[in-house]
Write a protein of this length. Sequence first.
Length: 422
Amino acid sequence: MSKRVQEKLAESTLRKRDLLEKKRFFSSGIRELDEMLGGGFQSDSLTLFQQDIGSGGEVIIKQIIENQISVSNVVLVILNDVISRSLIQSIRETTDSPDFIILDLVEKGIKNVDLFTNRLEISLQIRSAREKAVNYVNQKRTDYNDPNIQLFTAIISINPFILNLSPLNVIQLIQDNLSSCCDTNTCDMMLLNKDIVSSEMLAKIQSLCHVVIDLSSRFEGIYKQQYIRILKMVGHYLGDNRIEPYKIQYNNKNKYSVIIKSAFLNTFEAFRNLMEWDEGTLEFSNKTFLLLPTQSWMHFLKKIEDPLILREVGYKIGSDLGSFIEALYMIERWEALKTTLRIWSLLGWGKSEIIKKEMAQKLVEFSHSFHSDLSEEVFFPILEGFYSGVIAQNLKLTVKHVDIKKKSTDQYTMVIIIILFA
């Protein structure tokens, strides 16, 4: 599973195909970040996330951790910043996977108050935890016969080291970690608030890292602007050296999301402009224009006339889009179905919502609102085929009957779609 998903994610980046012949990349799970890195992370590399205060580096690393666990990679978190403790512990509350390993130096520091002033003891704790994680990864590779299972190590963050140790001890600690990273072929990440160190000290820390990702934030009037850029990549193809804006979103399900404006995939820019973040759901845009080429597409489909062929067109759209969403976001079943409907809405096909789900009666009911430019004569068979295809792909269920009931007509037409499956 891990190898298949990683390769699909890698191949979806624009410049990855040729690079796969030379180097092995591991996707961060954040598509645009992979583009900026030229394909993703490499093993035996140390990546520094340096941030301004409030730039959300902890959230980005948290999302990378969650993505790696979801594809069966192993993550070792070295937690030594009490401020980030709740964010990382929230991952533990949502997963009991043994692939998620925590070395809690905050807890150890409570029992041993001298821990954070003892560079040698900190190094020994980290080295011991890393050895145990490496042994676990090797055993897992053997058990699953999958040599591509990768170990990610994240230090969140090195701020307490800088505040409690001398500059020389900090450099020696990072040097020890770099040596261990290269010896064990792990993907290492560490976080730093760059404002707490001098420019000279920051340059020394950067010199010990293969990759430096810079996160900056500033206020323009009352609006906060955040930017990400790649400052350094050693032995690594430079993907995108431009500055890209990004957002940290938060919804009512206590789930964060990172959105980076696409580095190369320019079609995403239109998507981002249509997004409205409302309690964790993507709402259909109120703007009058559609991404869908309505007039030309409707003109073409009206020539088909046969509802069975139109249904087959819709079925193929639903099954192909559902398959693409599963591979892109590494999700399945109901989560994949909901995401597929959101992306479909975003493309201009109309806003879709699940309003009833009764698995005992083998029934799912949707509401679907679409623009009046879409002809009902043509679009109803398309809808019937689409929902049949997406349910077959995402839920692995065979649709027995589709009933479409028209509710209202205005600028937008609303229908209720009732689906029975075998």
